[in-house]
Design a protein around this ligand. Structure first.
Ligand code: SAM
Length: 236
């Protein structure tokens, strides 16, 4: 018989991804994605991260909190296979797992402490804002990087599509960048370039979509082989 275990939340993610739709399916794809991992009491003490600053990347163990109430499925239709074939849940990185545990390797840009807060500055994550974190481990290149490994039905990253902007949308993006110092244009290009649409919408064209990044709702549509950003709205 299997046993049950309970874990403590050690931290929370604050990220540019305010909605699931648009988040890349793996980390490392959207290099312009920024996130912070805030360690929560009693884990917000500097001695718990002593030595971590020497590592460029981390493994973050987290909970798929947004989907956990939907339960799990024994087989999944991976988007990579066009949503047409079923694979076993343990052959996929699906969020609907027997235990809603996720694992992502992310870039560590720095460690900030002050005012009782301890924050790890991250990049390239695939994590929703508010994601609960249950563990952090350093990424060890000598043990974790395996260039000879086989990638099953997902051997290579998906090809990125072109993303264009209307003049109105680009002007709003540049104003936003100037105001906030955030790299919004590149973020949008990378998020939309990996085609966030579910498999059943991949063939559609001209349909209006919205993706929440930071406090902005990016309005876009597919135009055959590329995407067009038509407007930016406030996202609350
Ligand atoms: N790299 C992780 C892994 O392999 O365990 C996550 C892979 S999962 C396919 C990536 C997707 O998880 C993202 O596209 C996003 O939609 C979803 N996601 C990210 N954070 C989440 C959260 N807190 N709750 C539910 N889903 C989340």
């Amino acid at each position: 018989m299997s046993r049950s275990f309970q874990f403590d939340q050690i931290g929370v993610i604050h990220s540019c991804y305010r909605q699931k739709f648009g988040i890349p399916r793996q980390p490392g794809i959207v290099t312009a994605a920024e996130a912070e991992l805030e360690l929560l009491p009693p884990y917000n003490q500097e001695n718990l991260v002593r030595g971590l600053e020497g590592f460029s990347h981390l493994w973050v163990h987290f909970i798929f909190h947004e989907t956990m109430d939907e339960g799990w499925r024994p087989t999944i239709r991976p988007p990579r296979l066009g949503g047409k074939q079923r694979m076993g849940v343990f052959a996929t990185r699906s969020t609907h797992r027997p235990n809603p545990a996720g694992l992502s390797v992310v870039r560590l840009k720095g460690i900030q402490s002050g005012n009782g807060k301890l924050i790890l500055k991250l990049a390239e994550a695939d994590l929703l804002d508010g994601t609960p974190v249950i563990d952090i481990k350093p990424y060890l290149p000598y043990a974790d990087a395996l260039p000879e490994a086989r990638g099953g039905f997902a051997p290579l990253p998906a090809v990125m599509a072109e993303v264009e902007f209307t003049e109105k949308a680009m002007t709003k993006c540049l104003n936003y960048e100037q105001k906030t110092g955030r790299q919004l244009v590149l973020l949008i290009q990378q998020v939309l370039g990996q085609d966030p649409r579910p498999a059943y919408l991949r063939e559609t064209t001209g349909r209006r979509h919205g993706s929440a990044l930071w406090d902005v709702n990016v309005v876009w549509e597919s135009r055959g082989d590329h995407f067009l950003v038509t407007d930016l709205e406030a996202y609350t």
